[in-house]
Write a protein that binds this ligand. Structure first.
Ligand code: ADP
Ligand code: GLC
Length: 495
């Protein structure tokens, strides 16, 4: 982001924060963690913030309050639709969250898909949601200074707020956060008629991409500021390797792009207070970690042994996460004296492949599915945490792992590179093990190296655990960085 003077202001801002998933209501990945935590940290800085998300039908509405009046949502050529609205607050806070209810679009089992492949009407679902979020502000008489959108689902909002909805949002500045550039919201061009923003915006600079509408591309063009979730990823997405075709577009807007590392909600991810653990622990009292290790060994029917290194993996079974690399080395690794545990769901080939491995190997534990409880138990009970991602905008699990004294083994990309400092044989500092080349060899030898340190240099391993556990990646610092971005966006808007 260019170093224009950022007017410091103590002015309390009205912020509309819009996201497709928010913890604890609905989650498929890290976006939900961020959307459930960042608004609270921004509120702590004294701003007025409201959060809006869809009311997926798996969200239990018995504890939500229903607003009396429904919203009318203009859907262009499709006519006028109606939405119900529920409300609540983010847990342990007074940040209001609103849920947009529309059975036809959100009364399904999944958020974006049921069983592989997205829903065919994801374009209309999320344009509907985006417009409903703006209509809701009008209904609440909430006039945002800042509209903070996230990923492609809400990336039409910057333009919507200055065309179809300009009457009510003319003064709002738009900040768009890119959590993952791989997903861009690429749809049939006719979506322009549902958006009602005018076909003049269907051009190579804005929404047009190979004769289709690319929502993220248009959002990048129209946002006053763009953020992504680590400094390294902000650089990477400007290159062909990580840009998913948008690299030159992003380079053209790099003056308004900045990387801000995600934080961690330490009320939730912290071994000294974690209710999921059989025994809590912390620096200076690590015996609980051994109890947690025994607990997951039992859970996964592995031999209960203190001295064998346990390596955990929690994440989507997606190419992004390096599951192809893991699949390539898993048998070689399992030939070593090690136990490996994986929790995840996603690509069918991977679910099948790892199920087959677990059938044949007794030092391998697998849970195909989604389980918050197991995710916490694996973080605590493992000695090391595996994240060999091909790309990783930020990555949260490696940061959670640090707090649990579970040393990350990562590929040095994006947020993984920004947060993990490699073990250094001579100084014995660092907080994990890192390799750069996206190859099976590099992964295999890095894991082997980590296992050797674990077995032969206990002191170095324990020093690193302590270093890791003392680190702090709180939301407070990130929220302050977002506050600066909000000011930048407002200044830019006023020019
Ligand atoms: P991404 O958003 O790319 O999936 P992150 O590391 O940012 O990656 O965040 C993933 C989040 O989702 C973490 O909180 C992780 O614990 C959680 N998660 C992923 N898969 C599972 C699963 N199968 N069960 C429980 N939690 C999961
Ligand atoms: C995305 C990224 C992940 C990031 C998360 C939250 O899903 O893949 O790296 O941590 O968003 O920003």
């Amino acid at each position: 982001m260019s170093k224009e003077k950022i007017e410091s202001s103590t002015k309390k801002l009205n912020i509309l924060f819009v996201a497709a998933e928010v913890v604890p209501f609905a989650k498929t990945g890290g976006l939900a963690d961020v959307a459930g935590a960042l608004p609270k940290a921004i509120k702590e800085l004294g701003h007025n913030i409201i959060v809006v998300m869809p009311r997926y039908y798996k969200i239990d509405n018995s504890k939500l309050r229903k607003l009396e009046a429904p919203l009318s949502v203009p859907m262009g050529v499709m006519g006028e639709f109606w939405a119900g609205v529920y409300t609540s607050t983010l847990p342990n806070s007074d940040v209001p969250i609103y849920f947009i209810d529309h059975e036809e679009y959100f009364g399904r089992s999944g958020l974006y898909e049921d069983d592989g492949g997205g829903y065919e009407d994801n374009d209309n679902r999320f344009i509907f949601f985006s417009k409903a979020a703006l209509q809701l502000c009008k209904m609440l008489h909430f006039t945002p200074d800042i509209i903070h959108t996230n990923d492609w689902h809400t990336a039409a909002i910057p333009l919507l707020s200055r065309t179809r909805f300009v009457h009510d949002f003319a003064h709002a500045a738009n900040v768009l956060t890119i959590h993952n550039l791989q997903h861009q919201g690429n749809f049939y061009r006719g979506l322009m008629d549902v958006m009602e923003v005018g076909w003049e915006h269907f051009n190579e600079h804005e929404f047009k991409s190979f004769d289709r509408v690319n929502l993220l591309k248009g959002g990048i063009y129209h946002a006053d500021a763009i953020t992504t979730v680590s400094k390294k990823y902000a650089e990477e997405i400007q290159t062909e390797e990580f840009g998913f075709g948008l690299e030159s577009h992003i380079r053209g807007h790099s003056h308004k792009l900045i990387g801000i590392l995600n934080g961690v909600d330490y009320n939730e991810w912290n071994p000294s207070v974690d209710e999921f653990l059989v025994e809590k622990y912390d620096i200076g009292n690590m015996s609980g970690k051994l109890a947690c290790k025994a607990d997951i060994q039992k859970h996964f029917n592995l031999e209960v042994r203190d001295d064998v290194p346990v390596i955990g993996f929690v994440g989507r079974f997606a190419e992004q996460k390096g599951i192809g690399l893991i699949a390539g080395v898993i048998h070689g690794l399992l030939d070593l004296d090690v136990q490996i545990i994986m929790l995840g769901t996603g690509e069918k080939w991977a679910e099948g492949f790892f199920s087959d491995v677990s059938y044949h190997r007794d030092n391998f534990g697998l849970h195909v599915g989604y389980s918050d409880e197991l995710a916490h138990k694996i973080e605590a009970g493992s000695d090391m945490f595996l994240m060999p991602s091909l790309f990783e905008p930020c990555g949260l699990n490696q940061i959670y792992s640090l707090r649990y004294g579970t040393l990350p083994i990562v590929r040095g990309t994006g947020g993984l590179d920004d947060t993990i400092v490699n073990f250094d044989e001579h100084h014995e500092h660092g907080n994990g093990f890192k390799f750069y080349e996206a190859s099976q060899e590099a992964l295999y030898y890095t894991v082997l190296w980590a296992i050797n340190i674990y077995k032969d240099d206990k002191k170095a391993f324990e020093d690193m655990q302590e270093t890791a556990m003392k680190q702090h990646f709180g939301w407070d610092d990130s929220a302050r960085a977002y506050e600066e971005v909000y000011q930048y966006a407002l200044n830019k808007k006023r020019k």
